[in-house]
Design a binder for this molecule. Structure first.
Ligand code: C2O
Ligand code: CU
Length: 473
């Protein structure tokens, strides 16, 4: 027995020695295929400031004719003439100065979705600033406090303006992030409502039913393009930072059931990784994960959108759609690197003595049968603020008794979802499925002011499903 073991041990090590002669390279040793993300490239704004810790840029909201569907021109509402808006990228702790000019025919603003900025930088006209009128300028100036994947968009006539193209990605990098996560790929998902001539359909198309269901655009866009192509090499990992910038659409993403290693989302890394085979991402939410190309060299496939049940009729007669081509180049496969499991510590918010609040997401109909949404039955225009103060911890029970799911978003602060089955992480948006409730814990840090919370199906927010919160010093 003993000698047998010895022999098999020797054979095993011999075997190991033999294979290593032909061993694949690991993902760390090779780079992505040449021009891998060219088709998905995002515009990078010029940094006007020589200080390495300050990013100073110019953004202009302006309408540009663009070819979204082949051979047709569409007047797109853009930042700096590109769709999506330029990628704003900085390191944690950097100061960002944005000289913004509104060259649109109507008022607008920029809201920095998910960023813990001071209240006067939050970009909500009527509450934190004046609207930025057509032809006028405004300078934003703040520090990037937390690493993560974020985005920016208007907070004026937002269902329409976001639907017409006003959104852009914002990445705050942590220089200490492990290299093993792979090369960053920022994917801004959205959709657009166009007729066959490439014209935008009216923002209020479908009337009250459109408000109720929310308006999904028929044209699926990834980084502003219809079915762009990504090049990958089998086994060579990529870190995908996916942002749902659609005004209403939910996304379920899958690539041939290949395992996706979730890293986190809204507020940066989660406490630990979680391996899944599909990703669900609701409007305004972000998901970061590691994609390991699974196909043999020389094959082609598509990342697909799958119908997502978000309530009444939302999956009826709908089928999967191709979103982005994935071409596995004809180069030798590599061995993927192991991704660590523990990512960082997310200490639970201490909720002893927390103030409890009930937030009911409500839908009603007025006498003329128009849909009216609200929080606790009150349209946001008639609502009084929730009164709170700096340093206070609260637990919000967000309840949805309606027939539609609602992605619930809070400005200014991250919350934790109180649910043992979820990997702990910092969130600013969470789905509240049909006929369900979630408990969220939040602590108001030292940034007093009035902050919004609302459904991020922007059509719902527009008809009243929004409230505000006053955090007093
Ligand atoms: Cu994306 Cu009021 O927010
Ligand atoms: Cu909603």
């Amino acid at each position: 027995m003993k000698s047998f073991r010895l022999i098999s041990f020797c054979m095993a090590s011999l075997c190991l020695a033999a294979t290593s002669a032909f061993a694949q390279q690991t993902a760390m040793e090779v780079s992505q295929p040449e021009g891998w993300d060219d088709d998905l490239a995002l515009a990078i704004p010029e940094d006007l400031n020589p200080d390495p810790n300050i990013l100073e840029i110019e953004l202009e909201a302006v309408i540009r004719e663009m070819e979204i569907i082949p051979g047709k021109m569409t007047p797109v509402w853009t930042y700096n003439g590109v769709l999506p808006g330029p990628l704003i990228k900085a390191k944690v702790g950097d100061r960002v100065i944005v000289h913004f000019r509104n060259s649109l025919p109507e008022s607008t603003s920029i809201h920095w979705h998910g960023l813990r900025v001071p209240n006067d930088q939050d970009g909500v006209p009527g509450f934190t600033m004046d609207p930025i009128l057509s032809g006028s300028e405004f300078t934003y100036d703040f520090v990037m406090p937390d690493a993560g994947t974020y985005w920016y968009h208007p907070h004026v006539n937002s269902a329409a303006q976001v639907g017409w193209g006003l959104y852009g990605p914002l990445i705050v990098e942590d220089p200490n992030d492990p290299e093993e996560f792979g090369d960053d790929l920022v994917l801004v998902l959205s959709d657009m409502s166009l007729d066959e001539e490439g014209n935008m359909l009216p923002a209020d198309i479908g009337g009250s039913f459109g408000d109720l269901f929310g308006r999904e655009g028929g044209v699926l866009l990834v980084n502003g393009k219809v079915k762009p192509t990504l090049k990958v090499r089998k086994g060579k990992q990529q870190r995908w930072r996916v942002i749902n910038a659609a005004r209403t659409r939910y996304y379920t993403l899958r690539y041939r059931r290949s395992p996706l290693v979730m890293l986190g989302g809204d507020g940066g890394l989660a406490e630990r990784t979680e391996t899944v085979d599909e990703i669900k991402i609701v409007p305004s939410e972000r998901v970061d994960f590691v994609f390991t190309p699974p196909d043999d060299p020389g094959t082609e496939g598509f990342l697909r959108w799958y119908p997502t049940d978000r309530g009444y009729g939302s999956t009826f007669n709908r089928f999967a759609e191709d979103m982005m081509g994935i071409v596995t180049v004809d180069e030798p496969a590599v061995t993927p690197v192991a991704i660590r499991q523990q990512l960082r510590e997310i200490p639970p918010i201490d909720i002893t003595g927390a103030v409890e609040r009930d937030i009911n997401l409500t839908i009603a109909f007025d006498r003329d049968d128009n849909v009216v949404m609200g929080i606790n039955g009150i349209h946001h225009e008639h609502a009084m603020p929730i009164e709170s103060r700096v340093g206070q911890t609260e637990v919000w029970t967000v309840r949805n008794d309606t027939d539609f799911a609602h992605p619930f978003h809070l400005h200014g602060y991250f919350f934790q979802v109180l649910d043992e089955n979820r990997v702990p992480q910092w969130k600013d948006t969470v789905d509240i499925p049909v006929h369900s409730e979630l408990k969220l814990a939040v602590r108001f840090d030292d940034r007093p002011g009035v902050w919004m919370y609302h459904c991020h199906i922007l059509d719902h927010a527009e008809v009243g499903m929004m409230g505000h919160l006053r955090v007093s010093p």
